[in-house]
Design a protein around this ligand. Structure first.
Ligand SMILES: Cc1cc2nc3c(=O)[nH]c(=O)nc-3n(C[C@H](O)[C@H](O)[C@H](O)COP(=O)(O)O)c2cc1C
Length: 308
């Protein structure tokens, strides 16, 4: 069999393969570049950037749970200016699409941040985080309100011609409604999902293990939830989906693609094994060869559902 075509399209965004690195789990790229050849990866999503630098929440900010982790980092980041001056130059050394994730407390801030960054050649797309559960302002308020998500999409769309991805919250009852409004307001794709709200207590001190009390649950525990959300969007809205949530192996990638994802992001796994995402690319190629699949993109939304 000839070479397998691993390339995928997420709306107008072309990727050499479907394996991307999720926001907040690889810093700004330098942190993981010692372990994984970034030139092999489909795309790298930055930690959420905000207009001003943010310290984030006080520690304890991360706690391990059975089959996952809780984090309440609170969007700590260097701010847009330091990102441009100190972080982008390093990433320019690599031939890997850089997707810039943006967080904000107001719609104006999302727009301002996008306008500042849109002229940067290294940035190939924007992922707008309307769904972080760990910040008091913005975050979930946006992610839970379908009209707010529509407004953010509409106004950020007017600020950039680059591919626009909106990262959705799973902490809603009907996620397809949010994907629908993103499509209507000119978004090119949605990412699903961000973390699920969770908490944990120390039984001796009776205090929350996380200073912020609530955190975002990620890792293998959330994979079935994420798959159901991807499937829900895929069955109801004609918009590309980037699948995220508990991906631990190439088999999970295939499962997400079958459920409707055009590409995927690896998050928590980067903390456990920072070499895994790079390896997945080879493993996916091997799977395609064994299954006689010439184009991996054909897997997207290839689910077979029994009719009632
Ligand atoms: C420590 C940590 C920090 C994160 N920071 C961000 C962030 O800044 N912006 C964002 O959109 N998502 C952030 N996320 C969410 C991930 O990008 C991803 O959506 C989520 O963890 C689910 O994927 P996973 O189960 O593979 O980790 C963070 C996740 C973790 C674990």
């Amino acid at each position: 069999m000839n070479n397998v075509d691993l390339s995928v399209k997420v709306g107008p965004l072309k990727l050499r393969n479907p394996v991307m690195l999720a926001s907040g789990t690889v810093g700004y790229g330098r942190e993981i570049s010692e372990f994984t050849d970034l030139n092999k990866i489909g795309g790298i999503v930055t930690k959420s950037i905000s207009i001003k630098p943010r310290m984030g929440n006080p520690p304890q900010r991360i706690v391990e749970t059975p089959s996952g982790m809780l984090n309440a980092i609170g969007l700590a980041n260097v701010g847009v200016e330091a990102f441009i001056n100190e972080k982008i130059p390093f990433l320019k050394k690599y031939d890997v699409p850089l997707i810039c994730n943006i967080a904000a407390s107001t719609i104006d801030e999302y727009v301002e941040c996008t306008k500042i960054l849109t002229g940067e050649d290294a940035i190939k797309a924007f992922e707008i985080n309307v769904s972080c559960p760990n910040v008091k302002e913005g975050g979930l308020q946006f992610g839970n309100d379908v009209r707010a998500v529509g407004k953010v999409t509409e106004q950020v769309r007017a600020a950039t011609e680059k591919p626009l991805i909106i990262k959705l919250s799973p902490n809603v009852s009907y996620i397809a409604e949010f994907a629908e409004v993103v499509k209507k307001e000119g978004g090119d794709a949605v990412s699903a999902i961000n973390t699920l709200v969770g908490t944990a207590f120390d039984i001796y001190s009776r205090k929350p293990k996380i200073k912020n009390i609530n955190g975002g649950l990620s890792g293998p525990a959330i994979k079935p939830v994420a798959l159901a959300k991807v499937l829900e969007i895929s069955r109801n809205v004609d918009i590309p989906v980037i699948g995220i949530g508990g991906i631990m192996s190439w088999k999970d990638v295939v499962e997400f693609m079958i459920a409707g994802a055009s590409a995927i992001q690896v998050g928590t796994l980067n903390f456990i094994d920072p070499t895994a995402a790079g390896r997945m690319v080879d493993e996916l190629e091997q799977y395609c060869r064994e299954m006689n699949i010439t184009k991996i993109s054909g897997l997207t939304a290839s689910y077979i559902l029994d009719k009632e």
